[in-house]
Design a protein around this ligand. Structure first.
Ligand SMILES: [Cu+2]
Length: 224
């Protein structure tokens, strides 16, 4: 009887696994205007996402952001809420990855290449700024979202979010040098092909951040 039950369950599984309505695409193009009214060369580092009550919950992920040549790679990530991130050190010196973001404060401490550092877990939505306590020039952005409707554009600003359930949403676009912009969007059974958003980075000015103790970094840096 048990064997027969297992066989019957196995036979029904492929049917259950079939997608019940794959959703539609929301596509369009963003622009990011830098000083001198030039299109930003790093439009691809923007993030575009949909917010709305029709959206399903996304499954958490486990991802890596490398610390390499005194940079975070990738510099910009977007992840579902509940995801964990490790920050492997690929440099021949120590890093100390931390964030003071109220949604997800963490401090991984000093660690060298090859040392397995603790991971950071992101349990709330928001934009998390991640820094290194040793190297003030290192910075990363992690956008934590509560649904799977997000993407990053191509180098020409074109984007496509696929598998979207028709409904009413707010379309968001973010770039690290610009204020976030939003626009209401109604997604019908044919999807959206011409969503357009413009991000203005012309007023951007670099501002140094503080270290993990909320203090300015020492002048000239510290060697570890
Ligand atoms: Cu560092």
């Amino acid at each position: 009887v048990i064997l027969l039950t297992l066989a019957a369950t196995g036979m029904t599984m492929p049917v259950v696994a079939q997608r019940a309505g794959a959703g539609v695409a929301v596509a369009g193009k963003i622009s990011v205007l830098d000083k001198g009214n030039k299109q930003a060369s790093d439009i691809g580092a923007a993030i575009i996402w949909l917010e709305g009550p029709s959206a399903p919950v996304a499954a958490p992920k486990a991802v890596q952001v490398l610390t390499e040549e005194k940079e975070f790679r990738p510099r910009v990530s977007v992840l579902p809420v509940g995801s964990t991130v490790t920050f492997p050190n690929n440099d021949p010196f120590n890093h100390n990855v931390f964030s003071l973001a109220p949604e997800a404060p963490f401090d991984l401490g000093l660690y060298a290449r090859g040392q397995q550092a603790n991971s950071a877990k992101f349990l709330k939505t928001g934009l998390i700024k991640v820094y290194c306590n040793i190297h003030p020039q290192m910075g990363a952005f992690i956008l934590v979202r509560d649904n799977p409707y997000y993407t990053q554009p191509g180098t020409d600003g074109s984007f496509q979010i696929t598998g979207v359930k028709p409904g009413t949403y707010t379309l968001h676009a973010w770039h690290e040098r610009a204020a976030e912009v939003t626009k209401p969007v109604t997604v019908g059974p044919a999807g959206v092909t011409d969503a357009a958003l413009e991000l203005d980075a012309r007023g951007y000015a670099f501002k140094p951040h503080l270290n993990k103790l909320g203090q300015p970094y020492p002048r000239g840096g510290v060697r570890y």
